[in-house]
Design a protein around this ligand. Structure first.
Ligand code: PEP
Ligand code: MG
Length: 892
């Protein structure tokens, strides 16, 4: 067994694990592997060696170094002495080393480090002579004592810091830099006393002893509370162990020709190809990170130390080329010579991620495929929603203005005045005020207020509550299920943790994180028109096989969808048009009175015609799927309970007999239509069969609009879709009725329109008999919202408000099946549907228009089972384009 690898021996480590980079990282830790890799690349890294994670694991199990490890360590130390020409413990020319942890996965700050190992009362003088800087030597010594005391001997930092503070006060100076040699000498003496007092042991003067204890302490820090908690949170296994890196110390604090800094090889906020970072002259690494001294931007180093700066540029270029990724590096310049202490792939904003991927590909560093694979769908999502300015948000939180946290159901930041009902939200926003609509929960007749508001906040509801669905569809930031809000609609206020927020008060909500703040927080808006994003998505389009369409009910949504790259409308829910203010009374008349029905429908026809014409124009040349009326009719009527209360009150007062009669009539009608299970009741195709006049009017409107548009020169491709079909006979019956209308309209208008007739697949029976259904339908569209409900036998609204969360917490279900397709169940049915459908009709067009159409995991599955397209909210179109491309690229 070999436990120690010099940085220059990476080949041997590779042989030992017999594998690739992942295995080398597992053995040497990320830091050790990168130091060895940099050494191999000829990048100046202070020489050193790595003690493996295997040694750490053995140490933790047996409570001692594994056999041979210490001998190997001493041998490598000898080699280090030869290489540097210095000697460990030598009075004249002492070698100093650092001892740092480094696990396979980065665990920033979670484990321990000891610097300047090798100093004692003798060698400190040697260091002073060697560097000609006594002050520096004693400062280095006290750093060793302090770190060793903390890490190895378990002494808290406070007693040490108190001593330094006392010295500063005594000298009347502000900073450590102003303390003199004598001060540091006094401080080191005092530090040694503290160690003795606290532990009843002397600080070990023997450098070998120091090294041994430091290695043990770093091994043990793998099992420290901090590290264990971090691994639990980050999902890192506990049995990996940490490697230990022993490395020659280099000093950035040897005068004005020395310095230290950190930089990234590109700007990680914007992605621009410039070095970004900070440095300090005459300082050590921790000074830069600790923020005690004011750092300078790296560009200034070009003026102060041109040669070192050129070397940094050159090194960064080499590192990027090698890793083909933006690097985050730590460097030290010791008397003009550059040393690299660390490199790793750097974190970045969404905007930077996109630009970097595109530019690296254009520079020939990575392929276009890789660029598309490197950006995550979540990063694309960022471009579509305003975000809070991070500093402003942090400050607001610190000032105690975080009110509560709910479910983060629709990303983005929104700021506005609280409005407790939809009408007020609409009115205020028409007056130019920003509004956050706050409700216990929302209903279809709140939609006008939701559209007018900048954001939506509810105290109840879950991931696919009405509020969440509508918010996502329209790209409105939303936080729902925020149980801490006690909303009092009577008094027009809400209480949150004893704080009262009144209607009109400003709040800020973060739909990306679910946080709700009092007051206004500054926002910034990234841009979908970002040229790099446009480029990246155009590459993605070239790789994907799956089409991306959008769900849109209005021309403005269709235009946006098209702008974002949608290739068709996969679902226009016509019922949304029925809810509009001037139409709703007509719709109600149509429902309530069979005598007035035809007259009401005649009034609705022109509205619908112009709705559809708008969609066709917006989607000129592309398919538009219009779904006939789907929801149970009572959704368009007032609630039964509400009416009952009104009628009772009117009866008691007895002063308005006309109104009473009207309400009683309504109550009876609504009573007749009440259903025990509306979701499984008279809706969808059943409604079309029961009340054919309605669907006939809709089909007439579709074809009149289509014919008119053709005459205008618009290229129209309507597809008429029947919802909730379970039996092929339902579809047959509807087709006969509707084709007749279509034919008649085309004759009247003297225009031929190329159209398709098809169905949603959202009832298990339809899926099971897809071969029969495909005999009648020219296209299928999976309505996975209803299909998930019916396959699970779960009512979405009830489940999300209740037991579904518990199911997820108890891991009974891995994901919310209404957000991410249940592949084992619903997915299996879909796969079968595709097979059966295409058996009958090989060119059957099959898409998906449920919520899942915008979910990357579900998109991958749709690609795999060979759907033609997914259809999602316009705001998710760019995300779906990327996810579909990634699905195709992952296949190879
Ligand atoms: C569905 O059921 O997936 C669907 C798209 O229809 P809706 O959500 O309107 O019921
Ligand atoms: Mg449905």
């Amino acid at each position: 067994m070999k436990y120690v690898y010099p940085f220059s021996d990476i080949e041997e480590a590779e042989q030992h694990v017999g594998g690739g980079w992942g295995e080398v990282r597992a053995l040497l830790g990320g830091k050790g592997a990168n130091l060895a890799e940099m050494t191999r690349l000829g990048i100046p890294v202070p020489p050193g060696f790595t003690i493996t994670t295997e040694a750490c694991i053995a140490y933790l199990i047996h409570g001692g170094f594994p056999l041979g490890m210490w001998e190997e360590t001493l041998k490598s130390l000898k080699e280090l002495e030869t290489e540097t020409g210095k000697r460990f413990g030598d009075r004249e020319n002492p070698l100093l080393v650092s001892c740092r942890s480094g696990a396979k996965f980065s665990m920033p700050g979670m484990m321990d480090t000891v610097l300047n190992i090798g100093l004692n009362n003798e060698t400190v003088r040697g260091l002073a002579q060697l560097t000609g800087d006594e002050r520096f030597a004693y400062d280095s010594y006290r750093r060793l004592l302090q770190m060793f005391g903390a890490v190895v001997m378990g002494i808290p930092d406070e007693p040490f810091e108190e001593v330094i503070t006392a010295y500063r006060d005594k000298r009347g100076v502000e900073t450590d830099a102003e303390l003199a040699v004598e001060d540091w000498q006094g401080i080191t003496e005092r530090f040694k006393e503290i160690i003795k007092e606290e532990t009843r042991r002397d600080f070990p003067a023997d450098p070998i002893e120091q090294l041994k204890l430091a290695i043990e302490a770093v091994f043990k820090s793998w099992s420290g509370n901090r590290a264990v908690d971090y691994r639990n949170a980050a999902g890192i296994p506990h049995d990996l162990g940490t490697a230990v890196n022993i490395q020659t110390m280099v000093f950035g604090n040897l005068g004005q020709d020395s310095g230290t800094g950190v930089c990234t090889t590109r700007n990680i906020s914007t992605g621009e190809q410039v070095l970004e970072g900070d440095y300090l002259l005459n300082a050590q690494g921790e000074d830069v990170v600790a923020g005690i001294r004011r750092t300078k931007p790296i560009a200034e180093l070009a003026g102060e130390m041109p040669r070192a700066y050129a070397a940094i540029e050159e090194t960064c270029r080499k590192l990027e080329e090698h890793y083909r990724e933006v690097q985050d590096v730590e460097f030290t310049v010791e008397r003009g010579k550059l040393w690299l202490l660390q490199t790793r792939n750097s974190k970045r904003t969404a905007q930077a991620a996109v630009r970097i991927a595109v530019e690296m590909s254009e520079e020939g560093m990575i392929s276009r495929e890789e660029a598309v694979l490197r950006v995550t769908p979540e990063q694309v999502d960022f471009f579509l929603h305003p975000q809070f300015d991070l500093h402003a948000k942090e400050a607001t939180g610190k000032a105690g203005n975080l009110l509560a946290t709910g479910l983060n159901v629709s990303p983005g930041a929104a700021v506005g005045a609280v409005a407790f009902d939809a009408d007020l939200a609409k009115r205020w926003s028409e007056e130019g005020r920003g509004v956050i609509m706050v409700r216990p929960e929302t209903k279809p007749d709140d939609v006008h207020g939701m559209l007018a508001a900048r954001g939506i906040l509810t105290s109840r509801g879950g991931q696919t509550s009405h509020a969440a669905l509508v918010a996502r569809q329209f790209g409105k930031p939303a936080v729902v299920g925020c149980a801490a809000l006690a909303i009092d609609l009577e008094r027009r206020q809400m209480k949150v943790n004893r704080r009262v927020i009144k209607e009109g008060d400003p709040i800020s909500i973060d739909g990306t994180t679910g946080e709700v703040f009092a007051g206004e927080i500054k926002t910034v808006v990234p841009d979908i028109k970002d040229p790099y994003l446009i480029e990246l998505l155009s590459w993605a389009d070239g790789f994907r096989r799956l089409g991306v369409w959008a769900n849109a009910d209005y021309p403005r949504d269709a235009e946006r969808a098209r702008d974002y790259g949608a290739e068709g409308i996969g679902l226009c829910r016509t019922e949304h048009m029925f809810f509009e203010e001037e139409r709703l009374p007509i719709v109600q008349r149509m429902i309530l009175s069979s005598e007035e029905r035809q007259a009401a429908l005649d009034k609705l026809l022109p509205f619908q015609r112009s709705d559809f014409a708008g969609l066709f124009r917006a989607m000129d040349g592309l398919p538009v799927i219009i779904r006939l009326l789907d929801p149970p009719l009572h959704e368009f009527l007032p609630g039964y309970e509400e009416l009952l209360v009104e009628v009772t009150e009117l009866r008691l007062k007895g002063d308005d007999p006309d109104l009473l009669a009207e309400k009683e009539h309504m109550l009876r009608a609504v009573g007749v239509m009440r259903e025990a299970n509306p979701m499984l009741g008279l809706r969808g195709v059943r409604l079309g069969i029961h009340m054919p006049e309605v669907t006939k009017m809709q089909v007439r409107a579709i074809f009149e609009a289509a014919c008119d548009c053709v005459k205008e020169g618009v290229d129209v491709h309507p597809e008429v879709m029947i919802p909730l079909v379970g039996h092929v006979n339902e579809l047959r019956e509807q087709r006969t009725a509707l084709e007749e209308v279509a034919k008649r309209v085309m004759e009247e208008r003297g225009v031929e329109v190329d159209y398709k007739f098809g169905t949603m697949i959202e009832i298990p029976r339809a899926a099971l008999t897809a071969d029969e259904i495909a005999g009648v339908a020219q296209f299928f569209s999976f309505g996975t919202n209803d299909l998930t409900q019916t396959v699970f036998g779960i009512s979405r609204d009830d489940a999300e408000a209740g037991f579904l969360r518990e199911y997820q917490e108890k891991r009974i279900l891995p994901d919310n099946p209404f957000a991410t397709l249940d592949i084992a169940g619903v997915g299996k049915l879909m796969e079968m549907t595709v097979r059966l459908g295409r058996q009958t009709r090989p060119d059957l067009e099959i898409g998906l228009c449920g919520e899942h159409g915008g979910d990357p995991k579900s998109i991958l599955f749709c690609h795999q089972i060979g759907l033609n397209y997914v259809s999602c909210s316009p705001f998710r179109v760019p995300i779906a384009r990327l996810a579909a491309a990634q699905a195709a690229l992952k296949e190879y």
